[in-house]
Design a protein around this ligand. Structure first.
Ligand SMILES: [Zn+2]
Length: 155
């Protein structure tokens, strides 16, 4: 006999703790339909894409961008990752305005999709310049909107 369940098998009797620490037994739900959802524990190697890849420190891409922009430090977003040069993860987490700005860019990548975002961002930059690029204007407008943090998991 294996320990694995197969489709159509009667579930064995078991009891587990729920998210509040209360013991819950399968027999408590006799006659009802039950869906089990296992969430990996926090601080394990299993986590969401956003949590694992949100920050990349010492990024050569951000270093390159800093050189092009003649800046000492730089934060830039590529897809769902905030690339940092001469800025620590701790520092950006303390810098609410910068964090909200960059998180807005992460949302823009997400909303537009990679190809469309790159094309639009490039087109807007050529047409309007960096400062008037609508994606940059939106990011600046959201610098004081900390509700954007709710869309992300910070580790
Ligand atoms: Zn920006």
């Amino acid at each position: 006999m294996t320990n694995e369940l197969e489709k159509g098998m009667k579930a064995p009797a078991f009891a587990l703790k729920d998210q509040h620490g209360n013991k819950v037994a399968l027999k408590d739900f006799k006659g009802q339909k039950v869906a089990l959802f296992f969430y990996p524990e926090d601080d394990t190697p299993t986590c969401t894409v956003e949590a694992c890849n949100l920050f990349k420190t010492n990024s050569w891409l951000a270093k390159l961008a800093a050189a092009i922009l003649h800046k000492d430090n730089c934060a830039m977003v590529i897809r769902h990752t905030i690339h940092l040069h001469q800025i620590t993860k701790a520092a950006i987490l303390q810098d609410e305005r910068l964090l909200c700005h960059e998180l807005t860019h992460v949302m823009q990548w997400r909303q537009q999709g990679v190809v469309k975002f790159l094309l639009l961002y490039s087109w807007y930059s050529l047409r309007y310049g960096y400062y008037q690029n609508p994606f940059e204007k939106e990011a600046r407008a959201k610098e004081n909107d900390s509700s954007i943090r709710d869309h992300f998991i910070f580790k």
